[in-house]
Ligand binder design. Structure first.
Ligand code: ZN
Ligand code: ZN
Length: 357
């Protein structure tokens, strides 16, 4: 599988008329070579891949990495330039969006003989079509979310602190094998629901409130990401309306997902419905984002998206309504684009749900 991916990098060289490409972004390195450590570089020169790392990682690299050469460096940029010089590369591409200015400056100062070519678009789409092994990993991470959510559901009740709900979730996920939480969980109850990124606070959950919980984990390098909004006991008709509008917007966007659908239209399906129901001013973010080795990756599902959905893409659908001093609702699922439409990878039920008080 990984060797197939190196040849994908080779296609990238051809598409951009390059002799070589230097990868510093760890998710790209992991995708192309299998390396899961936290420091290294991958250089692909016309069909040949060289993986470079420091002494902390050479043993791990020998076990994990699919590359023609594995080398140890003392100074990363020096190692990369040495490898390029040996292979006689001239036009060298780099990841323009993620490479730090410091590293880029060092490369061009020490490697002034090379023609450095910033690449954006081709790099973004490198990991966007998931293969079977990646879909399997994403499904496992999503399954873990669902198991742990059910496990801690009883903790979400009047008198519980948001932070304690988040901690219970994190504990459950790690105990069941998650490598890490995907992000700081959002547990936003009552008026805090109006904060789209309301990371769990010391607020105490009360009866009559909605609670928005956004959770995800990392398993075998791949992430899960989903959001549930629950009612704690009876809620006001206004809050119920918010929930129903967001759920319908979420369903409408998911219904639009199929190969060839413009991502902008998928966003519009949710946005238009929310705005028709009078809440357009309260939905400020994009409808979704790609998910894989990173929690937020290409493609974005937003008003500015220019791409179409393609079979194998994985992204979230997460419309929301956030009304200051009132509360908010977000409902998020992760979907895989299939030949006939899409399949939900996340499993927590998203229908309206009232927790007992
Ligand atoms: Zn999320
Ligand atoms: Zn998300």
């Amino acid at each position: 599988m990984v060797n197939k991916r190196i040849s994908q990098a080779d296609e990238l060289l051809k598409a951009c008329a390059l002799d070589a490409f230097v990868f510093f972004h760890l998710p790209n390195i992991r995708y192309l070579s299998g390396f899961s450590g936290t420091d290294g570089a991958l250089v692909v020169v016309r069909g040949e891949a060289g993986f470079l790392t420091d002494s902390r990682y050479t043993t791990q690299a020998r076990q994990q990495v699919a590359a023609d050469t594995i080398r140890e460096y003392r100074v990363k940029v020096d190692g990369v330039l040495e490898f390029l010089a040996e292979k006689g590369a001239v036009r060298v591409g780099f990841e323009a969006e993620t490479l730090s200015f410091a590293t880029a400056s060092e490369l061009s100062a020490k490697g002034s003989a090379y023609e450095w070519v910033p690449v954006v678009r081709e790099i973004k789409s490198l990991r966007c079509l998931k293969d079977e092994s990646e879909i399997d990993a994403l499904e496992r991470a999503a399954a873990l979310n669902a198991e742990c959510f059910e496990e801690i559901l009883a903790e979400i009740r009047p008198g519980a602190r948001e932070r304690d709900v988040a901690l219970a979730l994190e504990f459950a996920l790690k105990r069941r094998g998650a490598e890490e939480k995907a992000f700081d969980f959002i547990v936003a109850s009552g008026v805090r629901g109006a904060l789209p990124h309301g990371v769990a606070s010391s607020k105490i959950i009360a009866a009559g409130e909605l609670v928005t919980i956004d959770l995800g984990c990392r398993l075998n390098g791949y992430h899960s990401d989903e959001t549930v909004t629950l009612a704690v006991g009876d809620i006001s008709p206004r809050l119920r309306e918010l929930h129903d509008v967001v759920l319908e917007a979420h369903d409408r966007a998911i219904d639009r997902v199929r190969p060839g659908a413009a991502l902008r239209d998928i966003d519009a399906a949710a946005r238009q419905f929310i705005s028709d129901r009078g809440f357009g001013d309260y939905f400020g973010h994009g409808t979704g984002h790609g998910l894989g080795l990173e929690v937020h990756e290409f493609p974005a599902v937003s008003t500015r998206s220019e791409e179409e959905a393609r079979e194998g893409m994985v992204f979230t659908i997460e419309p929301g309504i956030y009304i200051p001093d009132v509360g908010g609702v977000r409902i998020e699922d992760t979907v895989l684009v299939t030949a006939g439409g899409c399949r939900r990878l996340t499993r927590i039920p998203k229908g309206f749900r009232t927790l007992p008080v």
